[in-house]
Design a protein around this ligand. Structure first.
Ligand SMILES: Nc1ncnc2c1ncn2[C@@H]1O[C@H](COP(=O)(O)OP(=O)(O)O)[C@@H](O)[C@H]1O
Ligand SMILES: [Mg+2]
Ligand SMILES: [Zn+2]
Length: 315
């Protein structure tokens, strides 16, 4: 698990705020109640002096110290009980002015000592969905709602294998996973299986970025004109990058060099990438330079999608 580091730091800040806000809300409830319930302020003042009393008891010398402290503790317990009874007599729960956290385990800090709390992990996964680029697709196109019924004969067997490979790829994804090239005509479920794959890998705690090739090139163009590199960093650093619809972008040397840069850098860093395309191997070799083509066909594991466009089969 290594998550997206920007998400991580933003969430740590948000959790710290949440932790403080819970204490502020409790204090606001206490102040409001003090105005309504006679005697509450006196009890609270007495309770808040406990620590100081223990201190001065300690300074008063060792003799009888244990007894003096036990006495203070007993009084404190009595004060707490009286306070609870007072609140309840006015119709409030005894813990009404206590600090309440969404997660009592970590007090909304996200960490228990140095260990990440489950609530923080869940928040990271949700943030991971938001920053994955998949938007509304996430959770809609899943392995569960993928069906082989749309395919017949040999196609079906091939698609069954593709499905099994992609599912197991997702469930076993690691930083040393292969890169995949999903090839085949429109409507054969390449995008569907890519988003299903993305969700499972995000759920397992990895930083995933999904993008169409058009969107990726547009981001590089923006960065070039603005002279910023920031927005495009993630293409080189995400633990899994999924590039959809390779071949739909306008050709040209800028586009080609962006694609080459991303693909080659990720191979050099050993970062897995999943690319899908409607183009055949022959069309890819015609369209891209030898150095790009050779990386795609030489390094990526190809999966051939076949059959009839599912969008027509579904009607
Ligand atoms: N085997 C399948 N089972 C269920 N729905 C499918 C299947 N294959 C494709 N679809 C659906 O058909 C539509 C087109 O699929 P899509 O993944 O976009 O195809 P591609 O990316 O290969 O062009 C999507 O709505 C997708 O959810
Ligand atoms: Mg598609
Ligand atoms: Zn927690």
């Amino acid at each position: 698990m290594s998550f997206n580091s920007k998400n991580y730091y933003e969430l740590r800040e948000a959790f710290e705020k949440k932790h403080l806000a819970a204490a502020e809300r409790a204090e606001a409830r206490r102040t409001a109640l003090a105005g309504k319930i006679d005697g509450l302020s006196e009890i609270d003042d007495a309770l808040s002096s406990t620590a100081a009393r223990i201190m001065s008891a300690a300074f008063a010398g060792k003799e009888g110290l244990g007894d003096r402290i036990a006495g203070i503790r007993r009084e404190t317990e009595e004060l707490r009980a009286a306070r609870a009874a007072l609140l309840e007599a006015h119709g409030y729960p005894a813990d009404y002015t206590d600090v309440h956290y969404d997660c009592e385990k970590c007090k909304d800090l996200g960490f228990v000592e140095t260990k990440m709390c489950e609530c923080f992990k869940r928040a990271l996964v949700l943030r991971g969905y938001e920053t994955s680029g998949l938007g509304a697709l996430i959770g809609k196109q899943t392995f569960d709602n993928y069906s082989l019924d749309y395919f017949a004969g040999e196609d079906r067997e091939r698609m069954r294998q593709n499905f099994a490979k992609i599912r197991s790829y997702a469930e076993n994804f690691s930083k040393s996973s292969d890169s995949l090239l999903l090839m085949g005509g429109t409507g054969l479920g390449k995008t569907h299986l890519s988003s299903a794959l993305a969700k499972v890998v995000i759920d397992r705690g990895f930083d995933v970025l999904y993008t169409s090739v058009l969107n990726m090139i547009a981001e590089f163009e923006k960065a070039k004109f603005r002279g910023e590199q920031d927005d495009t960093d993630r293409y080189f650093s995400a633990e899994l990058l999924i590039v959809d619809d390779l071949g739909t972008e306008l050709g040209g040397s800028f586009t080609e060099s962006c694609l080459y840069n991303v693909i080659d850098t990720r191979i050099c860093k050993g970062l897995p990438t999943v690319i899908s395309t409607n183009l055949t191997a022959a069309q890819l070799s015609e369209r891209y330079t030898g150095r790009l083509f050779s990386r795609l066909l030489g390094v990526y594991k190809p999966l051939l999608f076949c059959g009839r466009d599912v969008r027509f089969e579904k009607k």
